[in-house]
Design a protein around this ligand. Structure first.
Ligand code: HEC
Ligand code: HEC
Length: 216
């Protein structure tokens, strides 16, 4: 509990740095957020678990993601730094206060387990290597060097990616490659995604999906 509070305090500091120049971050209210999330359940499900759709468009798990991270993503959809035809209209429906509220709501829901689909052992082993150790021959740093121990997230800048759905992780890495997602500080993720082959993307997504989203 204590470490969680420190982590979210750090997140606020990092978030404040990133949001410099934007309006002061609004305080979210989880109860109001639950009401505002009425339209979200069609895709993200009532428990925020989302859904894995192998080879199709997956709906990400929102439950347990950081509030500042969620709020940033919704602003990014509104401003076109993330482009997705299914999600953009729903982001556009929300005003700044509603964004803060739904972010507060989803962040306090317990994280659910990701779905990785069926992949073979060799692919999983490659995925584990990329996630934990990287591959210096390909200039790929380990995911955990930014996404934190267990790839469960670090501050509000680096989201947890362990326990997220494989189909969604894959689609995001492809979105960075295609320039449809260009919302990360210093293009950190774009640079990494551009060094990854399709097989590496499938491998790391499947392995991360099989991992616990939190230690609790
Ligand atoms: C019609 C289906 C659909 C509905 C309804 C919907 N979403 Fe989404 N949402 C998506 C998809 C698909 C993505 C992944 C988009 C992408 O690939 O960039 C997404 C992504 C997100 C993300 C980014 C998550 C991350 O890990 O970065 C957030 C936050 C989000 N949605 C919040 C909401 C909220 C809040 C609502 C309700 C106001 C909502 N969504 C309604 C389909 C939907
Ligand atoms: C140099 C730091 C860094 C490294 C290394 C890194 N990431 Fe990221 N990653 C980020 C940042 C920053 C974001 C958040 C971008 C934003 O604000 O939307 C992110 C976001 C993501 C997301 C989107 C999560 C979501 O909920 O939408 C995925 C998927 C992802 N990273 C996968 C990976 C994988 C897989 C690796 C290892 C192969 C990796 N990352 C390595 C910095 C990094």
């Amino acid at each position: 509990m204590t470490s969680k509070r420190i982590a979210s305090g750090l997140g606020l500091l990092l978030g404040a740095g990133l949001a410099a120049g934007q309006a002061v971050a609004l305080e979210g209210d989880a109860e109001r957020g639950q009401a505002a999330a009425g339209t979200c359940v069609a895709c993200h499900q009532a428990d925020g678990s989302g859904m894995n759709v192998p080879g199709g468009q997956s709906w990400p798990r929102l439950a347990g993601l950081g509030a500042d991270y969620i709020a940033k993503q919704l602003h990014d959809f509104q401003e076109g730094r993330r482009q997705n035809a299914s999600m953009m209209p729903f982001a556009n429906m929300l005003d700044d206060q509603q964004i803060a509220d739904v972010a507060a709501y989803y962040s306090q829901l317990p994280a659910t387990q990701g779905d990785g689909g069926d992949v073979d052992e060799a692919l999983l082993a490659r995925g584990e290597q990329l996630a934990l150790r990287g591959d210096w021959d390909e200039y790929i740093v380990s995911c955990k060097s930014c996404h934190g121990p267990g790839n469960q997230g670090a501050g509000s800048t680096f989201p947890g990616i362990a326990g997220q759905h494989a189909g969604y992780i894959e689609s995001q890495l492809h979105a960075w490659q295609a320039g449809e997602r260009s919302n990360d500080p210093q293009n950190l993720m774009g640079a990494i995604a551009n060094r990854m082959s399709d097989d590496d993307i499938t491998a790391v997504a499947a392995w991360l999906a099989s991992q616990p989203a939190t230690d609790e």
